[in-house]
Design a protein around this ligand. Sequence first.
Ligand SMILES: Nc1ncnc2c1ncn2[C@@H]1O[C@H](COP(=O)(O)OP(=O)(O)OP(=O)(O)O)[C@@H](O)[C@H]1O
Length: 243
Amino acid sequence: MNPDHDPLLEVTDLHAYLGDSHILQGVRLTVPRHRVTVLLGRNGVGKTTTMRAVLGLVRRTGRVVFAGDEIGQEETHDIVRRGIGYVPEDRDVFHGLTVGENLRIAERRGGRPRYDLVYELFPELKNRTKHLAGTLSGGQQQMLSLARGLLNDNDLLLIDEPTKGLAPVVVREVVDVLERTAGQTTVLMVEQNLAVARRLADHIAVMVDGAIVLNGPATRLADDDETVRAYLSVESAISGAGS
Ligand SMILES: Nc1ncnc2c1ncn2[C@@H]1O[C@H](COP(=O)(O)OP(=O)(O)OP(=O)(O)O)[C@@H](O)[C@H]1O
């Protein structure tokens, strides 16, 4: 079956609230299987909140269907157990723990952690299992954060702004790692760096003021400069992501 017609994740009429603010206002989004979908939009439009709403981390209403099951009312721990991993924006590694310990505490109970896969994808981490995570570079911390998401057998990874705040040379490294990650699982990713988005995305979703205004093949990014200018606070030529 065409994966675009059998999405892994399908969100309909999703509303979310932070305090008194109505942040997501009827989000509709599909994420095809085995693809990278990049969620784009200006600062503050609700991209992070969309991921957190899918995970049940914010108050929300609406329909969220994952692998054919409705999960819009479920608690976060049940959603995560279904095979959705989260790599948050701030990387969230424990600086005072070693690389190995950071991985160990990410193991899902009852699961079979995939250390072989993780160390094959991230040899730099294998050489540093006894190093404190706080001593790693920003790029290595991002790798550790991605490795934690891949350690469990997740079907979907939600990755929030993985290249944010990284130097151009490190961005390139992380993009390579993201490409390897995307070979393993379906990805929904927030990314503000347009060059990175263009390199990785098969599918895009563009968000404006708490709603999705465009959800389709990534070719729209390549040949539709008007879309880019109208909706995104990104520049179309950003060095550091490679070609
Ligand atoms: N605790 C909160 N209470 C009320 N409003 C909040 C709270 N946290 C965030 N917001 C607002 O919710 C909106 C959506 O935030 P969100 O982080 O989802 O946007 P984003 O598109 O991911 O932005 P960015 O690219 O800056 O990370 C923003 O306008 C933000 O100011």
